[in-house]
Design a protein around this ligand. Structure first.
Ligand SMILES: Nc1ncnc2c1ncn2[C@@H]1O[C@H](COP(=O)(O)OP(=O)(O)OP(=O)(O)O)[C@@H](O)[C@H]1O
Length: 264
């Protein structure tokens, strides 16, 4: 796996250097002593993280704890860092907002920014993989929220990523569409075998999808749980229920008590 290294120590204002290196030992992500500050405040504070190739990791944490910042750093979109970040060269990112260009048809959006002038067939294959082959020629504004999100996933997949970074990709979807989209991501991950790092607020989503759930707090990975269950998973599984309580506790949220119905 070709990897790239962002290394930056104590000179955040300079453009970070990039070197080719493959000392990753098959890891999809290796982060050492990562710090990212805004206006003198360290949002990420000496963080360490390893993600083996092919692992599905979900990142939870309170609002503003730095999840998106970490994802942007891993995506190479933010290089104003101290520390070391080793990620595969082939990586792709999808955000909560699908970010499609309204003046380009869906298939052209899928190919946007890809090097080497790939043909329409490349986009068609990716759109088929996300179940959107009937919308290849559509304009973005005619897509439903779920369809737009799938187009955005197809745009990530055409990059053949070894690392797929997803920032609350289901956040704006209604409950039913969200379940379908979660299943799609789980299937794609199993088929593609790439590592996934997904940011969400939804503890149940994390437990249904992840090999490992990380909780970010105080600028570091403060807690993690391994979800040792085959897929598809059932949220009523006692292990998942136990992990849910543990994670909600770590997030400082009290798990709701079971509803009690009184009949007069
Ligand atoms: N470009 C920026 N300039 C200044 N502050 C920033 C910038 N980007 C992020 N921050 C700050 O860094 C902190 C972490 O932001 P980030 O978006 O990473 O949090 P998050 O955990 O993803 O939050 P949420 O769950 O609400 O999306 C916040 O306090 C935010 O205001």
């Amino acid at each position: 796996m070709a990897t790239e290294l962002h290394r930056q120590v104590n000179s955040p204002e300079k453009e970070s250097g990039q070197e080719q290196e493959d000392g990753s030992g098959g890891a999809a992500v290796r982060v050492r002593s990562l710090t990212r500050s805004f206006d003198g405040r360290a949002v990420i504070d000496n963080l360490q993280l390893d993600v083996p190739a092919g692992e599905f990791v979900v990142l939870l944490g309170r609002s503003g704890c730095g999840k998106s910042t970490l994802l942007r750093v891993l995506a190479g979109l933010d290089r104003e860092i101290e520390g070391e970040v080793l990620v595969p060269r082939r990586k792709a990112v999808a955000f909560q907002a699908p970010r499609l260009m309204p003046w380009k048809r869906v298939w052209r959006n899928v190919l946007l920014g890809l090097p080497g002038r790939p043909g329409r067939a490349v986009a068609e294959r990716a759109l088929k993989e996300v179940g959107l082959d009937h919308r290849v020629d559509a304009w973005p504004k005619t897509l439903s929220g779920g369809e737009a999100q799938r187009a955005s996933l197809a745009r990530a997949l055409v990059r053949e990523p070894d690392l797929l970074l997803l920032d609350e990709p289901f956040g704006a979807l209604d409950a039913l569409t969200r379940i379908t989209a979660q299943q799609l991501v789980a299937e794609l991950w199993q088929r593609r075998g790439c590592a996934v790092l997904l940011v969400t607020h939804d503890v149940e989503e994390a437990l249904l999808l992840a090999d490992r759930v990380l909780v970010m707090d105080g600028g570091v990975i403060a807690h993690q749980v391994r979800v040792d269950r085959d897929r598809p998973r059932d949220i009523a599984d006692p292990l998942l229920a136990e992990l849910r309580t543990e994670l909600l506790d770590r997030l400082g949220v009290r798990a709701p008590e079971p509803a009690v119905h009184k009949v007069a």
